[in-house]
Design a protein around this ligand. Sequence first.
Ligand code: GLC
Length: 653
Amino acid sequence: MTFDQNLHENVTRIALEEKIDTTGKDNPFYVRLMSDIDTISHLYREIYGQHQLADSLFESIIRTVISGYKSRESALIQRDEEKADQGTWFLSNELMGMSLYVDRFAGDLKSMPGKLPYFEELGVNLLHLMPIFESPEGESDGGYAVSDFRKVESRFGSLEELIYLRKQMQEKSMYLMLDIVLNHTSHRHKWAEKAKAGIKEYQDYFYMYDDRWLPNQFDEKMPDIFPESSPGNFTWIPECKKWVMTVFHHYQWDLNYTNPVVFREMLDNILFYANLGVDVLRIDAPAFIWKQLGTSCQNLPQAHTLLRLIKRCVAVSAPGMALLGEAIVAPREIMKYFGTGSFTAKECDFAYNATHMALQWDMLASGDTRVMLAAQHEILQKPYGTTWINYTRCHDDIGLGYDDYMIEHTGKNPYEHRKFLKEYFSYAGSQWDSPARGALFSSNPKTGDARISGSLASLCGLEKAVWDGNVAEINQSIQKILLMQAHSFFLGGVPIIFYGDELGYTNDYSYQEEPGKSYDNRWMHRPVISWEKNKRIHEPGSIEYAVFQSTRKLISLRKKLKVVSDHKNLSWLTPHNIHIAGYLRSYEDQKLYCVFNFSNKPAYLTWYAFKEHGDFALQLFDHWTEQSFKVGHDNEYLIIDPYGFHLFEPTKS
Ligand code: GLC
């Protein structure tokens, strides 16, 4: 980046006009602005350099960054400083997240502070509140169709209640994560309404066409995201007699980021969220934010440039807010959201470990770890200073989007293997006796693709076992739940559990009766919490007790073991036994061997597995069972129970 004297003088002038105390109390901000301004300008010009409004909007963007900072309350500025002092705060093993729908979990925002002791008991200290901004009922996509980015949906409560909750959370050293739905708005957003009314300025906020000439060409290369409920990528708008791009549902209008005004407006919204006190901003669907005819309109280089630009602006204005890119795409593409080249580790701080999540389900169904291992050379390339969100389940479906070569590598046929997985989880075809109770989501008859819906517990067999009243199967499904959670808790990154999974909620089929939800079977795994049922977490002998207390123990172990923090300190163990996934975490002088048996039979692991990384410990202490194991000879074996696991720390004696 070259130093541009004019640019610096200009920006200093703007800062002074905006009453920034450049040498006094605002000096740290001013220094950040000046040290990043060349990069900001470079990224901006790469995208918008040719636009007729390029210069005036650049100035307006700088003013947006400054006003974002000026509206930041001093407590948040202080929190930014504390985070900076910690180094990269989000790599810590002490973070543990949960995603939840405020209404389905607690009723409304007002009731949330009363639930904080529940999170404390479990050990959760990062809350991802699923979208809570205004979104038309029945056409809301779970809140991902926003009609007002700054108004809390009235059935959840108010902005004041949200801020009150955040303050209560911060007093308990908790962190807040919210979404910015960057790619689209609801068709009821005021910009969309004005576009419908024929106002050209607002029609330019979206991709609108008079006829099907361009939409047809786009459609040729763009895949369908919801082929069953919303096929195609365009919707006819009778009010203005135009086609508008709607990649997701017909009521979600894609924003047009070739228009710098749209970028400025959304940056302003991002900084508004930062000033609500958001610690992690989940950028919804970033892979889609740039469209180009003749491409799939996903993962385009310009989408990365825009994210880098957002990252720099946030780093200047609200440096304590980390960015999570929700890119659920092919493994190699996910990695790019951490930044590449000179922007390595300078794009999104977090990404979802979607590849690994799906591969855990692959292992559970097949009892075979090889496909998972074949993917690791990609996943391990995550740059230092960035981290994963690790998860077993979330509000969305499970996509089997890892590459075919990863399956072929194990000698399996990708088509047949995916068919087996889909049938296993939806207990269809030859898998009618599968213990899993899920369903196929978004089946595409054109491509044969389908994803999987279902709660963690139901996919692990709990729903069937309870229905059959089979105690042995109930216990085995609980063991599977814990295996899946443990595998993701210790992997490195911040684990986020999905509400209800901490005590084994099974599928809820009531969505089928609700018109605004019945077309979307992801609602089967989005439970409405019954606090009567939740009381059973304290009743020994109940399923809720078994799942909750064990999950709690796993979380407390994670928080206790510094070695679990994400310092790019994970090595996979040699696959001595294809049923066992094993990884070694090492940091400073601590080591942790995590071994997981994904098969339904006892699995044998040579003790050599614990020596080949240069360890000569005579004993291993298992933090999970709280027992010590004597390390045997190389020709002897550790026997791991079906779906069992160990978290071994080598000890001298
Ligand atoms: C993200 C959300 C998903 C939503 C989609 C469209 O993928 O996680 O729930 O349907 O974006 O906003």
